[in-house]
Design a protein around this ligand. Structure first.
Ligand code: X2X
Length: 341
């Protein structure tokens, strides 16, 4: 018997008592269970818009597919840290994952191009590039590295610097700073260029490493400082806006290809639309975050980007990363943000 035949038989068998006792055929499909289940892992608490909007998308998928397809969300590093989940989505242990572009760059180096220091000035530039040619370039690079992706990137945000020691007012204050950065060669290099002493740790380790002073500082967008309660273990927040970071929705290619075309359409529509709403959520959270974090005890300052940019230029950061990303990716970035190096 083929799998399909066996499945329909099972479904029919499961349906009989339900239909005959309740006369309610809508339950038939649910009784048999979904035909396709995608496990989706991520590194953020349930309260972050990434999880809120993903849950909405998952609900939409269940409804639009009439129960044939289910996306099960495993938030907050339940399945391991970023490096583990990246390995799992490639091997097929999970079907979906939202790594930051920084983290994907350990597989496909050009994917971190959006996070070049002080490149993007605002969200108009960001979305024009990531919904346009730069995003298409990066998605092709991910595909070569064995990862499918949805078209719309989700927002993480402009990254800001928090410390437990002293505020960062200029590049000078970065000297020797023990700062946690994601598992990302670009982040390490950039903070070294600024004179800091960066360490790569998975996000799952950040709160405890700040609490135990393995590191004194970290850098993340404000909504993450809020939902992961990093304000509990940090004193200062400097709005350095040093890079823009987003999440790619990546998929295991074999699992994706196994989905019938109609389900592919339902899933990608649901998640792309949810991504657009998530971008708005993060924008609104950002607007309210400064006052909220101040009320939670963080001292906030607004440093000028000038000394940081100068330090990076002097360290040869832009020239070096132009070589690493390659001319094509770099040109696409500069088409959006103007000349960098
Ligand atoms: O690990 C981080 O800092 C985070 C949450 O921003 C990413 O996923 C890159």
């Amino acid at each position: 018997m083929t799998n399909l035949a066996r499945r329909s038989l099972l479904r029919a068998a499961a349906a009989v008592p339900v239909v005959s006792t309740l006369g309610f055929p809508a339950i038939v499909r649910a009784a048999a269970g979904p035909e396709f289940v995608f496990k989706y892992g991520n590194n953020l608490p349930l309260t972050h818009p990434l999880n809120v909007r993903s849950q909405e998308a998952a609900n939409q998928v269940r409804e639009a597919s009439k129960g044939r397809m289910e996306v099960r969300i495993f938030p907050n590093n339940q399945l391991g840290g970023d490096t583990d989940m990246l390995a799992q989505v490639r091997s097929g242990g999970i079907e979906m994952f939202t790594p930051s572009a920084l983290v994907v760059s350990t597989l496909a180096p050009s994917v971190a191009i959006n996070a070049v220091g002080f490149a993007f000035g605002d969200y108009d530039q960001v979305w024009r590039a990531m919904d346009g040619k730069l995003g298409a370039y990066v998605r092709a690079a991910m595909q070569k590295a064995g990862l499918e992706s949805f078209e719309k990137m989700w927002d993480n945000g402009f990254r800001q610097t928090t410390t437990s020691t002293a505020p960062i007012v200029n590049a000078q204050n970065m000297h020797g700073l023990k700062i946690r950065v994601p598992v990302s060669p670009l982040s390490i290099d950039m903070f070294k260029g600024l004179g800091a002493a960066p360490t790569s740790l998975q996000f799952s380790e950040v709160y405890s490493s700040l609490q135990t002073h393995i590191v004194d500082a970290q850098e993340n967008p404000l909504p993450i400082v809020q939902v992961a309660k990093l304000y509990e273990v940090q004193k200062y927040c400097s709005l350095t806006n040093h890079m823009w970071d987003g999440y790619w929705f990546v998929l295991n290619p074999r699992a994706w290809q196994r989905l019938p075309k109609d389900l592919q359409g339902i899933v990608s529509d649901a998640f792309n639309q949810a991504g657009l709403k998530q971008r708005e959520d993060v924008r609104k959270l950002n607007d309210a975050a400064v006052a909220d974090l101040q009320s939670k005890g963080l001292t906030i300052n607004h440093p000028s980007p000038d000394t940081f940019r100068t330090a990076l230029r002097q360290a040869g950061f832009y020239g070096q990363w132009k070589n690493r990303f390659g001319n094509e990716a770099w040109d696409l970035l500069e088409q959006s943000v103007g000349k960098l190096a």
